[in-house]
Ligand binder design. Structure first.
Ligand code: ATP
Length: 258
């Protein structure tokens, strides 16, 4: 049996925000979290529970007030957002956020292939990578392979989110952050993208945190489930505990007073 490899550790991670009345609100409250390689963790919590804050402090868009974050035992607490983007990839809820609208599908994929490098797009490289990009897009099953030369602003929301997911996973990030990435899609498209997401995570053996408000998805996918309330992790369920969990248990959790 191989021992699990720790990818990420948060120790007493806390974020306080000035509320404008000379007081501070704690929006992430002394969070301890250890993520092992290959974990696919679904993250649930009501509005304002702190899910996006958790992602923002991981991605570096919000600095921690106290506590620290370690990536494979390296302290990354003070790494800037740009540096963290070389190891973490994030897909947002809004299809407009993940891709450059005036650039074509192929150009966006080429940018993703060179994530973290400062360089311009070369026509020759686009040509060379075309067969790879075609196959990659065809694997989505939504016709994106026929739009390699289409600016992404002209794609459907579903195609654009699928492309964002492909881009985020192209270079095997240490940690994939899915921030309600299916929430803006119609039920059928959301289901297809979720199926593809799971397939991609399994195939590439990625480590992933996924925020969702779809409780069925939180139960169906992943090997671990976090329940957040008032900036705290209230439950961290492992695979066995998660298997036993029902939709009713989740409804009860949301209704519970603290
Ligand atoms: N930059 C900020 N400035 C002030 N308050 C903030 C900031 N970011 C988050 N908050 C507050 O922190 C709390 C947690 O917000 P957060 O967006 O993390 O919740 P969430 O669980 O993602 O909610 P939702 O499901 O509605 O997206 C909320 O009360 C929110 O108003």
């Amino acid at each position: 049996m191989t021992l699990p490899t720790t990818i990420l550790t948060m120790v007493q991670a806390t974020k306080k925000i000035d509320n404008g009345l000379n007081e501070q609100n704690t929006i992430l409250d002394h969070v301890d979290l250890t993520i092992q390689k290959g974990d696919f963790i679904t993250v649930l919590g009501g509005n304002g529970a702190g899910k996006s804050t958790l992602f923002n402090v991981l991605a570096g868009s919000l600095p921690l007030t106290s506590g620290d974050i370690r990536l494979k035992h390296q302290d990354i607490t003070n790494w800037k957002e740009e540096k963290r983007a070389t190891v973490f990839a994030r897909v947002f809820q809004d299809p407009k956020q993940g891709t450059a609208p005036r650039m074509t599908v192929a150009e966006n994929l080429l940018l993703a292939l060179h994530r973290g490098e400062k360089r311009t797009i070369k026509r020759r490289e686009l040509k060379e990578n075309e067969p790879v990009f075609y196959e990659l897009c065809a694997s989505l099953g939504n016709g994106l392979e026929n739009h390699l030369d289409t600016p992404t602003g002209n794609l459907s929301g579903g195609q654009r989110q699928a492309l964002s997911l492909l881009m985020a996973t192209l270079k095997d990030p240490e940690l994939l952050l899915l921030d309600e990435h299916t929430a803006a899609l119609d039920p059928k498209t959301a289901k297809q993208l979720m199926k593809f997401t799971n397939q991609r995570i399994q195939e590439k053996e990625l480590t992933c945190l996924m925020i969702t408000h779809r409780m069925e998805d939180a139960l169906q996918y992943g090997n671990r489930l976090l329940l957040l309330k008032k900036g705290k992790i209230k439950k961290d369920l492992n695979a066995q505990e998660k298997k036993k969990l029902t939709l009713n248990d989740l409804f009860l959790f949301f209704e519970e007073e603290d």
